[in-house]
Design a protein around this ligand. Structure first.
Ligand code: NAD
Ligand code: UD1
Length: 332
């Protein structure tokens, strides 16, 4: 099978590419390198020993995406490319609509033109908004609170409507919770360009002396210790779910939504404690006020994904910390 991966040099995309290459899928990657570098491509080639076609292009370039899709003629597109910062989406909503919504529309247009009928899309737990109950299952109402979440929900709906009008098509939406960790080789991991927003890259910077302390955003939530609760999932469990999704997609409903989380929940203090115990490194921290747009607590019901894909989503939090640190040490 020929798979076109958008955003394939980013954090989750690169891990998924490694898994796909190990299973002998033929890959082409489109990435504009806005949040990744060509070093990742070299690591993918080194780890897999395989060739990968690479196009340094932007998914907002409709004609170019169409022509790549026509030439490569993929059986499926895995669409990771997008912007993902909640706070940035509040200050630059137009960029989020342009890339996350218009970009997805361009992908669907290119699929129609090239006869590609299958798409797997990276969505987020952020589409649920403030949970009415936890664990959050796929039937939980969607009510995103920020432009990032709204663009992800619009993209999901664009895909749903496209599936409705395209014969024999399949759309698989994955709603990720909080992916952390890295590939066990230490060669690929999460290395955002510019300032990191997500918690694990910041913990790693503090633990390795590159940053003085972690600012914990709020200790006044109604949780066990007052700090935010999340469902952290190993990025390799997440990436294997994509490969399994690809293998099973014809057996699923034409349009399927699946949560990807472990179903477990940890506060920030518990995450820090686990990191410190596993690695022996200290994570100095200080408390500040809540981050605008943050949720107090959210974690996944992952029963549907486990049942339909028969996958393991339960790698431990300490293993996530260990692998994340291994990547940091090899790459700084
Ligand atoms: P990432 O930023 O590491 O990867 C995204 C990749 O897409 C990068 O390599 C970037 O250069 C590329 N890209 C961005 N805009 C592009 C454009 N206009 N054209 C072409 N390439 C472009 O992010 P990630 O963590 O790997 O996330 C992948 C996807 O999963 C995103 O769509 C994100 O919204 C979604 N997601 C991520 C998380 C998370 O916590 N990491 C959680 C939920 C959903
Ligand atoms: C959210 C979304 C996720 C989305 C991501 C994009 C949910 C459940 N998850 O992740 O789908 O893709 O945004 O960025 O909505 N924290 C600190 N200090 C820091 C950084 C983070 O205390 O310096 C805390 C946050 O307040 C939060 C937790 O750590 O409680 C995790 O934060 P982060 O890694 O940014 O992810 P989310 O915001 O949960």
């Amino acid at each position: 099978m020929r798979i076109l991966v958008t955003g394939g040099l980013g954090y989750i995309g690169s891990h998924t590419c490694i898994d796909l290459l190990a299973k002998d899928f033929e890959l082409a990657i489109i990435d504009n390198l806005s949040n990744s570098t060509k070093n990742v491509l070299n690591s993918l080639k080194k780890l897999s020993g395989k060739q990968i076609q690479f196009f340094q292009n932007d998914i907002t370039d409709r004609d170019k995406i169409k022509s790549i899709c026509k030439d490569f003629s993929p059986d499926c597109i895995i669409h990771f490319a997008g912007l993902k910062s909640v706070s940035e989406s509040i200050s630059k909503p137009d960029e989020y609509y342009m890339i996350n919504v218009k970009g997805t529309e361009n992908i669907l247009d290119a699929m129609s033109a090239s006869g590609c009928k299958k798409i797997i899309f990276s969505s987020s737990a952020v589409v649920y908004g403030k949970p009415k109950y936890n664990p959050c299952d796929e039937n939980h109402p969607t009510s995103p609170l920020n432009p990032y979440g709204k663009t992800k929900l619009i993209a999901e709906n664009l895909i749903k409507d496209w599936i409705n009008i395209t014969q024999n098509s399949r759309g698989l939406i994955f709603r990720y919770f909080n992916p952390i960790g890295a590939h066990s080789s230490g060669l690929i991991g999460e290395s955002p360009l510019g300032n990191a927003n997500n918690i694990m890259p910041i913990i790693l910077d503090v633990a390795t002396g590159k940053k003085n302390y972690l600012t914990i955003f709020g200790n006044d939530y109604k949780t066990r210790d007052g700090t935010g609760i999340r469902d952290y999932i190993h990025v390799c469990d997440l990436s294997r779910a994509h490969t399994k999704g690809l293998q099973e997609i014809d057996n699923l409903e034409p349009f399927t939504i699946l949560n990807l989380g472990t179903g477990k929940n940890f506060t920030i203090f518990e995450l820090i404690k686990t990191f410190e115990k596993t690695t022996g490194l200290k994570v100095k921290n200080t408390i500040s006020s809540r981050r605008p747009g943050d949720l107090g607590e959210v974690w996944a019901s992952n029963e549907k994904a486990k049942n339909l894909l028969n996958i393991n989503l339960s790698t431990s939090l300490s293993r996530m910390c260990e692998d994340a640190l291994k990547f940091k040490r090899k790459n700084s």
